[in-house]
Write a new protein. Structure first.
Length: 388
């Protein structure tokens, strides 16, 4: 074997180091995917890891939509910010356009003959060569991963294969996010349907059974008023019937409030909370700092979170006071319900908070319960005004 065919000293070691670095980078990104980090974080990590692994000066992840490619994350070896959310057309001759048209990896070792919006964007960035790999999500072309160089030397011939491992992780992150979004939307639909059913039942009770009982009570009182004095025993019996009718009506109204408080629909969250506070066996202080009316789904969610927390404070915590705070910061509503009771509430073991967590999650929010034994209990919830 002559000197030209003999491997250079240390070449095998450098290859091992290269593979080890690539596996470590893939592992770091895979960990982010496994922990359910949002796609934006995954995109930025992939752009950064690919840029550091390859002899690239610039990396970009783009999403295909309506004949355009929109940048969602990027990295630059110079440390300068890479323009994202910028859209380029897919016409002409470019790596981004070729991947879109063929669904396969593409490379361009020179931009001398390139054309179209993507090519103009690349030249504006000083790019001389680039390689792109498709990002396929559940069988559909979602976007492209691009590695680019600003040097005369084209990117290595194995660049396409090295990009493939990262595009698979990006695709997994997108699929996970889509599945989570669909699950959240499904939960929201179920909760909205249940709330509408509760409202309908409350209306039916109010307009039907309650009104009939009220009318019967009025008729009974009218009969009593017309009775002659000598029928005193019958009058007494009718008084008992009237009292029972009034009691039944009160119970029915209480059930209707439990199903869905009409005042929440009519007067909004603040009015409903004032009624809730007055009816609470534990003294309640309210500190509400929100706009006049919130979206209905948020008012209903906030009401039931607070109602359940008040019920727990009265039934289980032996509390003597409850403080309810509501404030709006930007596009987030924050709820805080604190009592001075004995603590020890465990959402996992019941107390009604398990269902509330599902309800809060359905509107894109979070619920946290702080309740050490012997200390006060605080229920914290954050509800986004605009669903993400």
């Amino acid at each position: 074997m002559d000197s030209l065919s003999r491997p250079a000293p240390g070449a095998g070691h450098r290859e091992v180091e290269r593979l080890a670095g690539e596996q470590a980078a893939l592992h770091r990104v895979a960990s982010l995917v496994a922990h359910g980090e949002p796609p934006r974080v995954i995109f930025e990590a992939v752009a950064r890891e690919v840029g550091r692994l390859l002899p690239a000066d610039f990396t970009l992840i783009g999403r295909y939509e309506e004949g355009l490619a929109t940048g969602v994350a990027g990295w630059s070896s110079a440390g300068t910010a890479v323009p994202v959310r910028e859209q380029v057309s897919l016409g002409g001759r470019s790596v981004t356009g070729t991947v879109f048209q063929t669904g396969r990896p593409a490379r361009m070792d020179s931009y001398a003959g390139a054309s179209g919006g993507a090519a103009e964007y690349a030249r504006d960035q000083g790019i001389t060569s680039s390689v792109g790999a498709p990002i396929n999500v559940e069988g559909r072309l979602w976007g492209v991963m691009v590695a680019a160089s600003m040097n005369r030397q084209p990117l290595p011939p194995d660049t396409e294969d090295r990009l493939a491992g990262f595009t698979e992780l990006v695709a997994t992150a997108i699929a996970n996010a889509d599945a989570q979004a669909e699950l959240t939307a499904s939960r929201a639909r179920i909760v909205a349907t249940a709330d509408e059913t509760r409202r309908r039942i409350e209306r039916d009770l109010h307009d039907g059974a309650q009104q009939r009982l009220v009318n019967l009570g009025l008729q009974l009182r009218s009969v009593q008023a017309d009775m002659p004095p000598e029928l005193g025993k019958l009058r007494t019996n009718l008084d008992l019937v009237a009292a029972g009718l009034t009691s039944a009506l009160d119970e029915l109204r209480e059930y209707a409030r439990g199903i869905h408080p009409a005042i929440l629909t009519q007067g909004g969250l603040q009015a409903a909370l004032r009624v809730l506070a007055r009816r609470s066996p534990v003294p309640v202080t309210l500190d509400v700092r929100t706009r006049e009316r919130l979206p209905e789904r948020l008012e209903v969610t906030a009401y039931y979170v607070i109602s359940e927390a008040l019920a727990n404070a009265a039934k289980h915590a032996q509390a003597s006071a409850v403080h309810i705070g509501i404030e709006q910061t930007g596009e987030v509503i924050r709820l805080s319900i604190s009592d001075d009771g004995t603590g020890g509430a465990d959402p996992v073991r019941g107390s009604g908070l398990v269902g509330l967590k599902d309800r809060v999650t359905a509107v894109g929010g979070t619920l946290n319960v702080q309740s050490r034994p012997g200390e006060e209990t605080t229920v914290l919830a954050e509800l986004p005004v605009t669903q993400l």
